[in-house]
Design a protein around this ligand. Sequence first.
Ligand code: HEM
Length: 454
Amino acid sequence: MPRTQTQPAPPGQWSVAQAPGGLPLLGHLLPMRRRPLEFLTSLQYEGDLVRLNMKGQPLYMACHPELIDQMLKDPRTFDRGGPFYEKTQLLMGNSLGNCPYADHRRQRRLVQPSFRRERIASYPAVIREETEAETATWHPGGTIDANARMHAITARIGARVLLSTDMARDHVDQIVRCLPIVLKGIYRRMVAPIDLVHRIPSPERRGFESALEELRVLIDTVIRDYREAGVDHGDLLSGLLAARYEDGDRLADQEIHDQVMNFLTASTETTATALAWALQLLGRHPEYERRLQEEADAFMALDGPAGHGPGDLPYTGRVVTEVLRLYPPGWFVTRVVSTDTELGGQSLPAGTVVFYSSYALHHHRDLFPDPERFDPDRWTPERVKEVPKGAMIPFGSGSRKCIGDDYAMAETSIALATIASRWQLRPTSVTPVRPTPRALVGMGALPVVTQPRG
Ligand code: HEM
């Protein structure tokens, strides 16, 4: 009987398989471009480690949770890298999410205090305020694109968490305008078959470059203003300005600039996408929506948002967790082998690209029974024990695990509860919106009718 992914491999008995299909020259490029989620999910059943070929280059997909864990817990050997990282450097330089192992520990120690729970404790008020400001523009019976509206909410929240002062208010609007243009442009450059495409003058190139420049100038201006004011505003930028390396050195302005870009790009699209998926799923599952509404009503009745956070929203948290299982925004995570090594018994020379897909893992039927079913009760304290170790990793694992995980859970849960306390959103189409795997597992437009709750 074949071993399932819930069972550890006996020593030395990992299965290494060749991905089926593959064409001369192109290798597995076509299924990876055309239907990557289905293709990678199918590979989960081929072996513990699966070898693919991309235009003549071999690369390996770690499929068994234990092998993924080995790869993530050895960041020196499985270092930051892979086909996309050069392009993100254009935007984020050598920031936390982008830097190699050699710089990572030092950077992580420095940035971590800005993400402590005490600092995050002041965010619920901002999250509620910005969500309420957005929903105040909705009309009973109107139709909105819920995906676009969630992006608008999280961009505003992200910008305000970063910059909380009144002087920053205009800057927030500018960030909200420029950020989507920059993110779209970076993604296009990541997947362009040849670099030249984006060197040719075009309206897209002009728009991208001018939005990027505007964002860069703005961030530099704000850093300078904050330094001159010399006050701790309790926001993320103040945290970065106050941070000191172990030797007492502070971050240079360029380093702060890169971390700010990293924060803005990593925080807004991810949570917006999670919120949009949650709204689609709740709109199609009124039984779960009702339970969430009950909790949301109690949450909103608490006196004042300060001091009340995701701890008051356990059911909503389970809904968000299940959304992140079904549609983990960071669906494809790569590493590059820095020195010759082995994984699952397979020798991997330095320079080999290894990756895993949280989407494929989370949809494996050995790990999650009936994996396509939306079932927030998988995450009750009793049932969560049934989830195999290492099977649920929407935020990654090891020393490079998402630094914003608590913040992301807080933002998504509070924004969802704020919406659900007043509104029911009903999809206009009987056909669910399908995932579009790009840099994140996102979606196109999500048209919904906004119905006020009785
Ligand atoms: C639902 C929301 C989010 C998801 C699913 C998510 C997912 C991830 C994943 C999978 C990684 C690890 C990537 C790897 O191992 O290569 C990561 C890293 C990171 N995330 Fe998130 N993220 C989310 C929200 C956020 C937010 C809100 C922030 C900022 C406040 C953030 C900032 C970062 C940073 C800076 C890193 C790099 C960490 C390091 O290398 O030390 N993320 N995220």
